[in-house]
Design a protein around this ligand. Sequence first.
Ligand code: PAF
Length: 283
Amino acid sequence: MEIFKKASEMQAWSRQIIKQGETICLVPTMGYFHKGHLSLIEKGKTLYDRLVVSIFVNPTQFGENEDLDSYPVDLDNDLCHAERLHTDAVFLPSKNEMYKENFQAYVELANLPNHLCGLSRPVHFKGVATIVTKLFNIVMPDAAVFGQKDYQQLRIIRQMTKDLNFDIKIIGAPIVREDDGLAMSSRNAYLTPKQRESGLCLSKSIEKAKAMIKLGETDADIILNKIDVFINSFEKAQIDYATLCDPETLETVKGIKGKTLFALAVNFGKTRLIDNAILDPEQ
Ligand code: PAF
């Protein structure tokens, strides 16, 4: 497994692979791998000739009061997993390598960031779109895999890829959950035992919303009011948002007519957890 710290070295490797007629799949990560990351790597590995994993805690996607400085890191473990899963190359740049002095070129989308997580994390998606654009230009992949847990991120990356004419297939990989339903996240490591218990309110809310729709409820306000009461019954849980919206535009909906995104973010002290599902009244 190759490890590249310089963008120019990574680019040179990719150019060589492309010249050989082989395909490349990129799995962008911020490290501290859990089973969710491993599922992305496994997916990419089976579909393309070469797999590149990037590990970079991207400072521009963290707001001022967020957890950039405490974001969990375990590089030895990450590299061990990457090697075990037959990753061909790891791109492991420093902050200065990705954001050289006088860096100015940010990528920003007009509408999609103005919903869901973008409301409480106003700089987040500008940072994500910028770093993913840079990774696409450096790794030059045929495809890139992102988790569906970050639904809005995936939607933004698909839109950006289309708008900026990146010839890259964006693959969404299913949410990986703990046995009790909690969606896997590097941030789960921050939870106290009590918060971890309350963290189940997210996946349980999804089950609750699904059950209401199955029983024929189509009024978004009725569903969301019940979900609010339900989440508030969990100790230490503070709702950031729980919303029903259009899976494409992310605009909120009043009624459940077709496939609808149910997305939620809940704070447990300083830890913010997210989860989502597509609800389909036809099913
Ligand atoms: O989902 C993540 O881990 C990050 O947002 C990403 C896509 C690697 C960009 O830093």
